[in-house]
Design a protein around this ligand. Sequence first.
Ligand code: ZN
Ligand code: ZN
Length: 372
Amino acid sequence: MSTHITVKEYRRRLKAAAREAKDAGVGALLVTPGADLQYLCGYDAVALERLTCLVITPDGPTRIVVPELEVLAAQASPIADLDVEIVSWTETEDPHRAVAKLCAKATRVWVNPQMWASHVFAFQNQFRLARLGPDQIVATLRLRKSKVEVAALAEAGAAIDRVHAKVPGMLRPGRTEREVGAQIAEEILAQGHATVDFVIVASGPNGASPHHEVSDRVIEVGDPIVVDIGGTMPSGYCSDCTRTYAIGQPPDDYLAAYQVLRQAQRAAVEHVRPGVTCASVDAAARDVLADAGLGEAFVHRTGHGIGMSTHEDPYIVAGNDTPVEAGFAFSVEPGFYLPGRYGARIEDIVVATEDGVLRCNNETHDLVIVDD
Ligand code: ZN
Ligand code: ZN
């Protein structure tokens, strides 16, 4: 039985957004297609030049302005069961003006940070007296995962774990990264994801580039291979998991560095609990690598929040002194990258709980050596 977000939960989210807007003195909250819109009302609309925009006014009705040709699509979404009025616009109308009219009294208008700049500028022209600013309300709501969201992330984690369990059978010398990547993408769908979001198969020296995707490089005996993969489940929640493999025995210095990475990743996961700062989770991993002389080779933050987007708050990075709360979900993904030689990364999604941490990814963290 797959997790799904109930109408009751969407109602709770919309109500919370309106309440927070009121407390912040925000007269209107405008949300165009993207993860924020999907979070609030379950409508997975495509972001286009034609305006679709949810309009939350703290004391008035909640409405969604949609192109006439998308009314049926909106009605087919959970919106139909929520107290959201659908307001359509025809091809010859100005939808930004229509939105401005719905919240004419607002002096402070917040827009979702992922709104297209073309829409922001069009709104700026319409709201002559109101001040436009980036919304912080929905990101804050999304930060603290509810029980059903945690279940959805655990389900996504289990699905991507099943893909990783099959990766050793796909890795053979003589195959290209692209061939392996295509097979992994099929498996991501076969294991229950609705979409494939990214597939990284970084073999040999390509492993030193953290965001390498796939290439026509032929996998060779002795290669370490970083496989970082993720997709979105029908629930709307994302998976993201990295494991590192090797074809035959990699060099001794690589094996030694991998053991340090393994300890660094474990130290950071075990550090997670309510009250510790995001920066301290980053430090827990970074200190282990630095003590072994690999500090310079760990070139990115330790992690990112995850939910209906693969990357969202909180960011697990030095300087982020936000305390972790129960319900925060994020990746713990230290790595080391030595240009021209090789790289490695271990990534799990974890959720802070009242008394510790829930691990969403549970395939082995050891270097998986595939026979050559
Ligand atoms: Zn990843
Ligand atoms: Zn990640």
